[in-house]
Design a protein around this ligand. Structure first.
Ligand SMILES: Nc1ncnc2c1ncn2[C@@H]1O[C@H](COP(=O)(O)OP(=O)(O)OP(=O)(O)O)[C@@H](O)[C@H]1O
Ligand SMILES: [Mg+2]
Length: 366
């Protein structure tokens, strides 16, 4: 089961696109990356997936259709990966597919990722392993973050370091010698930045943080954003999503800051991400550990500069560890598929709070 290739497909809370990787894993689960692809989410599907994050009319029907449409995008990613790498479908053992989270409510015992795995298996002729989060939640865990187990497999824990994923939500993996791995969500990252940027500039994201860089951080607002949200001070394990951090969350907190220039709010939201990440690291005494950032936010130079300013040690990207910023999450899902077929646990109970190590996901044969 450990020979052959695996594909990992990820579409995260930013709903910006689908990241895919094709990789080989050795017997210890160490990957060799053979190809990568990113497909921008079609605008109509993006709007529908975002809409499905909140209760709405006829949502069961719409969710089923959106899952099929998303699976078409996943299938296109697979086709492009195979073409790019000159690998045939028969050489791929399985696809590890995340799907699109539209609800994440571990406290109520569920998380929902839209995907049509049977349809994806049919479209690609490759086995699909999906629904990676629900078993961890069934075992009392948060169902997130799942990448820390992969980070430990990939980087080991002989050196103290922090892997920081700056997706829609920011999450950290803390690796330390002879200590359990810590991993948790720290709060919003691109999802608030994207939302505010789209509203005031019409662009879906603030490229390289150029717009934020023209603004000034409003320290009053920053303190208000941090202090008005008790979730930030909660200890790990914890995870979050659009259920919690969304335009309503922001609106409520901006009511008394109506005079602020939009560009200053953007700078302040970037500072909020940097502040909540670095505060969370300081709270576990990791303020002097080097941070390696991945995810789209690693390209936001304004955000990266704020992280460097607030953290006491170097902040760089995972490129310096040999993994592209865009590839980490998709590679983790390829690894989760590999782990499933090798009957290895994909969660870390110390990270998610689950009752134990669990094999994650379910299998749809080719
Ligand atoms: N050049 C860039 N400059 C600034 N921000 C960028 C750039 N490229 C990408 N981003 C940001 O990264 C986001 C996408 O990041 P990514 O794909 O890592 O997150 P995601 O899909 O939400 O995944 P997850 O939440 O699972 O980590 C975009 O929505 C955008 O905000
Ligand atoms: Mg993405």
């Amino acid at each position: 089961m450990s020979t052959g290739y695996y594909i990992g497909l990820m579409s995260g809370t930013s709903v910006d696109g689908v990241d895919g990787v094709l990789a080989h894993f050795d017997v210890a689960g160490k990957p060799t990356l053979k190809g990568t692809v990113t497909i921008t989410m079609p605008a109509g599907l993006r709007a529908e997936l975002l809409a499905l994050n909140t209760p709405g009319e006829n949502e069961l029907h719409r969710s089923a259709l959106a899952a099929n449409a998303l699976s078409d995008v996943y299938a296109t990613a697979v086709k492009q990966l195979l073409a790019k790498t000159n690998v045939s479908a028969a050489e791929v053992v399985a696809i590890g597919a995340h799907g699109q989270t539209v609800r994440h409510r571990p406290e109520l015992g569920f998380t929902t990722q839209l995907l049509a795995p049977a349809y994806l298996a049919e479209q690609t002729g490759i086995a699909v392993i999906a629904d990676m989060r629900s078993r961890d939640i069934a075992a009392g865990g948060q169902g997130a973050p799942l990448v820390p187990a992969f980070h430990r497999a990939l980087f080991g824990s002989t050196t103290s370091r922090v892997i920081l994923n700056l997706g829609g939500i920011a999450n950290v993996t803390v690796l330390r010698p002879e200590m359990p791995v810590i991993g948790f969500d720290t709060g919003p990252a691109n999802l608030l930045l994207d939302l505010w940027c789209a509203r005031h500039t019409g662009r879906t994201y603030d490229e390289n943080g150029q717009w934020a860089a023209q603004g000034q951080i409003n320290h009053d607002l920053l303190a208000h954003l941090v202090n008005s949200e008790p979730w930030f001070a909660l200890p790990a394990p914890k995870s979050t999503g659009r259920d919690q951090f969304n335009s309503d969350w922001l609106e409520q907190r901006l009511t008394t800051y109506g005079d602020l220039a939009p560009v200053d709010v953007q700078a302040t939201l970037a500072a909020l991400t940097a502040r909540t990440v670095t505060d969370a690291l300081a709270a576990i005494n990791m303020q002097r550990a080097p941070v390696f950032a991945c995810g789209g936010g690693a390209h936001n130079q304004y955000l990266m500069a704020r992280l460097s300013q607030y953290h006491q040690a170097a902040v760089q990207t995972t490129e310096s560890l040999g993994v592209g910023t865009q590839d980490m999450e998709a590679l983790a899902f390829a690894w989760l598929a590999w782990a499933h077929l090798n009957k290895n646990a994909g969660n870390l109970q110390e990270v998610t709070g689950a009752r134990g190590a669990r094999v994650l996901g379910a299998y749809w044969p080719a």
